[in-house]
Design a protein around this ligand. Structure first.
Ligand code: C2E
Ligand code: CA
Ligand code: CA
Length: 730
């Protein structure tokens, strides 16, 4: 398990979430503890107060109680008689002395006669000589005298059903003990024995406060650790209560119910607190795990939104963000390059090998791009087979060119895809910031424009943006619009016909249909100015079909062996092309034997099934196929035999090269020889001089075409020429 607070975000989490929750919990716990403590203390205070009052009450009642004890023997006829009659010592002892000690716990008992002379003394569990009274005489006699006075004065205050006789008592010190001394007259209970008030015998009882009284108090009232002390020397939470009239203190350890409950419940409370903290920690951990997971999925989402799934490269959105950032942070003498890349022939690979192979190829290409760039650069996939590289801080244009060369080179190396070696290429367009633009949109657009030019200049190339390109593109867009209108209206397009002659007899044998565009503003436009455009935007099929139909319609009546019509490679890729040609022938009445379709080498090397099928069908119909511009493409002379054509048109660049050091005569001779052995006819294009004509004738070239013989002509011009020619040969 990951440590919760290990990484920086963990620390942040600790301070932002965990600490406040923990602090709150501890605060609540502290407040609760304080409250409990306060409750316990209040409870203790109440309890202690009650104990105080209890001890006070017991003390205050003690005197009454002792007096009451005494009454059980002093209000009694037998007692009056016994004390007055000498020789009754034993009776006195057992009833007024030891009995009082054993039954009531009195510590001392004395009997005084009328003159206050002691006749009996008992103390600390034994009968003593009467002189023992001396010890308390000074304390007891004033009480006795007061009693006699009250008796004499007939004072009856306090006498009722429960208190049968007068009494005087006091708290004092006897033989070093704090003690209650109580004096009671010995009187008749029946009233039968008359005594003169004040002349009664008096019973003096002594009860020590520090003796068994303390034990009694402890047992009866549950006052623990009670002791008597002359000084208020409390320790350890003890409490003290003064004995009235300054005779020392009772000290005890008070019962504290609050503290007891608190002490008993403290472990439980602590356990609860610990539990709460644990639960809290678990909760916080769950929260944290959740927040980590949330953050991770959030990051994953953000990554997804900014990256291409297939290659893992940043996507268009990320490119926009990065470009904006780079443009914003561009320093005074800094620059960066935007490279727009597009794979050549990728669509073919995708179509022939299938999409999984296409995906594999894109991944491999992405890897190659990454290997050629550094960490600080950004390689992104914009979609399809389009990539973009943001090259940060290139030193010069030459650096960028060098990288472009490497990229083009790396793309030319074969890709090993599902066991097959696939050859591709890449075209690169470059725009530099700030030189080309400081706006993201404009910068990428210019890189795209440069890419377009790189592609047009032949594939596997790169180009830097140039302002001229922009004008070119604007013009092209305009032209594209015009072309569309022209094709819709159908009246701006014309077909011219260039005569083709037999080399041997200079006889007009055929014509090549060449399209012209009579542009309302730009005048007559040659096909090179608009055919590539039509091929790029898919208008070529419509245009090609129109030319074919127009040419057939026009030339059907002309006494020509062949009518040659140019066909674009794209037209042949359409599976329905052969059928369209057949229906045009039917419509116009042109015989298939008289039609010749001129195709280029790239058309023939196209391995696509549709293309091959079209060519086979067309030839089966009797239509001838001529290989146009022979020698400019890639195919070698050696492949000539494999090609399914009837005629070869030798490109005019060779004818042009006659008489130069290139040795083009030899090449043309070889082509003608090879064609003848393969049973193919040859036509030489671009014949402009008599020398060229003679040479071509001498090596056995079958047909000639060129300005020397005739330029491409409008239909009426062509008809004139044809009439003169017929007359010439007639
Ligand atoms: P191409 O098939 O090689 O056509 C012959 C081109 O050579 C024509 O140019 C013609 O005017 C030119 N030419 C003829 N004799 C001479 C000569 O003695 N010297 C020189 N220097 N040039 C000569 P054009 O009409 O501009 O056509 C250019 C290309 O446009 C054609 O080249 C052909 O590939 C294409 N094209 C023309 N019409 C069509 C069409 O209807 N469909 C398609 N797909 N392509 C067409
Ligand atoms: Ca041609
Ligand atoms: Ca040609």
């Amino acid at each position: 398990m990951r440590n919760l607070f290990s990484e920086p975000s963990g620390t942040r989490f600790f301070f932002k979430a965990f600490l406040p929750i923990l602090a709150t919990t501890l605060l609540v716990a502290a407040l609760t503890a304080l409250l409990l403590y306060w409750i316990a203390r209040s409870a203790d205070e109440v309890a202690i107060d009650r104990q105080h009052r209890l001890v006070e009450m017991v003390l205050s009642r003690l005197q009454t109680r002792i007096a009451h004890d005494q009454e059980s023997v002093t209000v009694w006829d037998d007692a009056v008689q016994s004390v007055r009659s000498p020789g009754n010592g034993e009776w006195i002892d057992s009833n007024l002395g030891s009995w009082m000690a054993s039954y009531f716990g009195h510590d001392g008992a004395y009997v005084l006669d009328v003159q206050n002379t002691p006749i009996y003394a008992f103390s600390d569990g034994e009968t003593l000589p009467v002189s023992a009274f001396e010890v308390l005489a000074s304390e007891a006699l004033p009480l006795v005298n007061r009693l006699r006075e009250r008796l004499r004065s007939g004072d009856t205050e306090g006498i009722n059903d429960r208190i049968l006789s007068l009494g005087v008592s006091g708290l004092t010190k006897v033989a070093g003990h704090p003690a209650v001394v109580s004096a009671k007259p010995i009187i008749s209970d029946t009233g039968d024995i008359e005594q003169k008030p004040g002349e009664e015998y008096v019973h003096v009882a002594v009860r020590y406060l520090d003796g068994n009284f303390v034990e009694e108090l402890q047992q009866d009232y549950l006052v623990s650790e009670l002791r008597f002390s002359w000084r208020e020397d409390t320790t350890n939470g003890e409490v003290a209560i003064p004995v009235p009239s300054g005779t020392g203190f009772f000290i005890w350890q008070p019962y504290r119910p609050g503290a007891t409950v608190l002490a008993q419940s403290a472990p439980v409370l602590l356990a609860c607190l610990a539990g709460a903290v644990i639960v809290l920690a678990l909760f916080v951990r769950a929260l944290r795990t959740r927040s980590i997971r949330l953050k991770l999925s959030e990051e994953a989402l953000i990554h997804l939104a900014h990256h291409d799934l297939l290659t893992g490269l940043p996507n268009r959105r990320q490119v926009e963000i990065e470009l904006d950032r780079s443009l914003k942070g561009l320093g005074d003498d800094e620059q960066f390059a935007v490279l727009y890349l597009d794979l050549d022939r990728f669509k073919e690979v995708n179509d022939t090998l299938g999409h999984p192979s296409g995906d594999e190829l894109l991944r491999e290409f992405a890897d190659r791009l990454r290997r050629h760039t550094s960490e600080s650069d950004m390689v992104a996939r914009l979609g399809g087979d389009e990539f973009l590289i943001l090259l940060r801080n290139p030193m010069s244009d030459e650096d960028v060119s060098e990288l472009c060369r490497q990229l083009v080179e790396t793309a030319r190396r074969p890709f090993l895809i599902s066991g097959a070696r696939v050859f591709l290429g890449v075209s690169v367009g470059v725009a530099m910031a700030p030189r080309d633009s400081l706006s993201r949109v404009e910068l990428t657009r210019r890189a795209d424009v440069a890419l377009y030019h790189a592609k047009r200049s032949g594939r596997s190339a790169f180009a830097f943006f140039d302002f001229k390109m922009d004008t070119d593109q604007a013009l092209r867009r305009e032209l594209e619009r015009d072309l569309r209108t022209a094709l819709e209206r159908g009246n701006q397009m014309k077909v011219h016909y260039q005569p083709i002659f037999s080399a041997q007899h200079s006889k007009l044998v055929g014509a090549e249909a060449l399209v012209r565009w009579s542009h309302p503003e730009k005048g007559m436009l040659r096909p090179d100015a608009f055919i590539p455009l039509a091929e790029e935007n898919g208008m070529i099929e419509q245009l090609g079909e129109w030319v074919l139909k127009e040419a057939c319609q026009t030339a059907v009546a002309w006494p020509l062996e062949t009518l040659a019509v140019n066909v674009s490679a794209l037209q042949l890729q359409n599976p329905g092309f052969a059928t369209r040609v057949a229906s045009i022938l039917l419509e116009t009445g042109m015989h298939p034997d008289r039609l010749e379709l001129e195709v280029t080498e790239s058309t023939l090397s196209d391995r696509r099934q549709e293309c091959e099928n079209n060519l086979i069908t067309l030839r089966a119909m009797g239509i001838k196929i001529a290989l146009d511009d022979f020698g400019t493409g890639f195919s070698s002379l050696g492949r000539l035999q494999e090609m399914v054509v009837d005629k070869i048109k030798i490109d005019r660049s060779f004818v042009n090269g006659f008489g130069t050091e290139n040795g083009d005569e030899a090449i043309v001779q070889a082509i003608v020889d090879l064609a003848r052995t393969s049973g193919l006819k040859t036509t030489a294009e671009g014949v402009e001089t008599q020398f060229q004509r003679d040479y071509l004738n001498s090596i056995g070239c079958d047909e000639l075409q060129g300005y020397l013989l005739a330029a491409p002509l409008a239909p009426d011009e062509f008809q004139l020429l044809w009439q003169t020619e017929t007359r010439k040969h007639a």
